[in-house]
Design a protein around this ligand. Sequence first.
Ligand code: GAL
Length: 638
Amino acid sequence: MREAGVNLVSVGIFSWSRLEPTQGNFEFGWMDRVLDLLHEGGIQADIATGTASPPPWLTHRHPEILPVLADGGRLWPGARQHYCPSSPVYRAATKRLVEAVAEHYAKHPALAMWHVGNEYGCHVPACWCDVSAEAFRAWLRSRYGSVDRLNDAWGTDFWSQRYSSWEEVLPPRRTPTWPNPSQQLDFMRFSSDALLECYETEREVLARVTPEVPVTTNFMGFFKPLDYWKWAEREDIVSNDSYPDPADDRAGMRAAMASDLMRSVGRGKPWILMEQSPNRVNWRDVNVAKAPGLMRLWSYQAVARGADGVMFFQWRQSRAGAEKHHSAMVPHGPVESSSTWRQVVSLGRELASLEAVRGARSDADAAVILDWESWWALELPSKPSNRVRQVDQLEAYYSPLHERNVLLDFAQPDGDLSHYRLVLVPNLYLVSDAAAANIVSFVEAGGTLVMSFFSGIADTSEHIRLGGYPQPFRSLLGLDVIDFHPLGALTEVGLELVDGKLGRGRTWSEEVRLKGAEVLATFSDSELKGGPAVTRHRAGAGTAFYVATQPDPKTMDHILAMACSTAGIKSTAEVPRGIEVVRRSVRGKSFLFVLNHRDTAVDVPISDAGVNLIDGAQVHPGLIRLGPRDVAVIREGW
Ligand code: GAL
């Protein structure tokens, strides 16, 4: 580990059956040895609470903690994460374990951070058992207070679903056809909260025993079941697990987007890349190896986008168990012949030269709105199109600006938008009154907005906002949407921009009637031929663009470039395609990360002099050559 420059290790994540081999009998000896060794070696520990995989004695004695699916089938033990989030038995057992672990290691000199659970919700994001049903009812009571208000919120007169008492209310179990959509939405809210309560049960113990030790739990990027805005508020430091697919040519963009989300949910504070694979994973159909330099490139990308730590799953490749074919820093074979090991070692050495970057932040002038509740509602079934997926639409907006090296934050629709000049709103289907007003006032105060189709359609109960689509944004956008014309998987619609450029739209089209907005593009074929497809409207001191389809990437880029120029937003640097540039700053010092995602060498123009922290070389204004997948971290100025 010292050879690889390791200075922080997660320990004991899935060790419950070793830490507490039988109920109430704790055995810490083996882990004491590990932690003592780490400490002697100058390495700190991110000690896990170990609660993500209940031991056999617990599920044997209490099979009722096993999770139940919507169709009533119960999951068996034998893998991991087999627990009902609402189970009082599971929660009490985790509390006892965490108390024992926290008290035992509170004073251990290696302890640097606590790692609660692991990837909450990864395999079991919700449970439909009777215990969960009871907890769901309690959650609903506190949200609505009375059965009448629940009936209103769920629109239960439709299909004769009106409840006369709380006892009749159930989680949305498997039904003949769609369960009530408002019920499903509330169940998603409840399920995210139920897991958050599990996390809180543990965090409270840790905060009491070791108030000075930071607490984290590892996130999974764009993980739909958990509202990470809410979760991140309860963490001292955000951490993320990132496994982009080396076979995916958009993987670099996707990893960047997840990193930006982590920086954003943590309110700009540095975060930790908690897990990434040194090389292959084991859980895809085909687990493509990382090309030489790719692990390094993606590690630096996380640092560029706000990470102050780079870690791996896993240290030593295991001999047995479900993940023995997952790569590790230390492979099955001899380390001398492993290029993975060599890359891990040299990354460790290099990262040590980035000390000055620690704590540095990036201020984005533009943000993309992401709201988990709207995501959940958007993807409920029985919509004009099931092909409108939140992450696809986020990517459609994020990707062109990522290519242009415009840094984007993610923001909440009801959050403070005042420090942004440009706000992008892809498919904010569900919106609260407060969030709608917030978005309108952002524009009126001078901001630039780009909103896509099927936004502002539903309220927080997932009831349609009547009065014409998109009701809360009609005057902001200066238009009415008369009706939706979603497009089939193989159908596209022609687009004609006012400057004569041609493009294509997919996924969606709609009939728009102008009420003050100006047309930037029209549909050039289909039954909507000649109708507005992209519009712009001045509202107050700002400008609101509306995009009534999913334009092809080139057209999207063109629209976003217009929006950037309206908002006065510039790229971090004008560089060749495939070069990613991000700046982090701290205490008046700035660091320019330059990442070559191409598999060929590229000459990159640099405008300011500086020093490349990785090799100590001076950088002069002009061109620097970056080899395939190579990176430079330039401390700007002398
Ligand atoms: C993560 C998990 C690790 C390991 C890894 C494999 O989801 O936290 O324990 O399973 O994936 O890629």
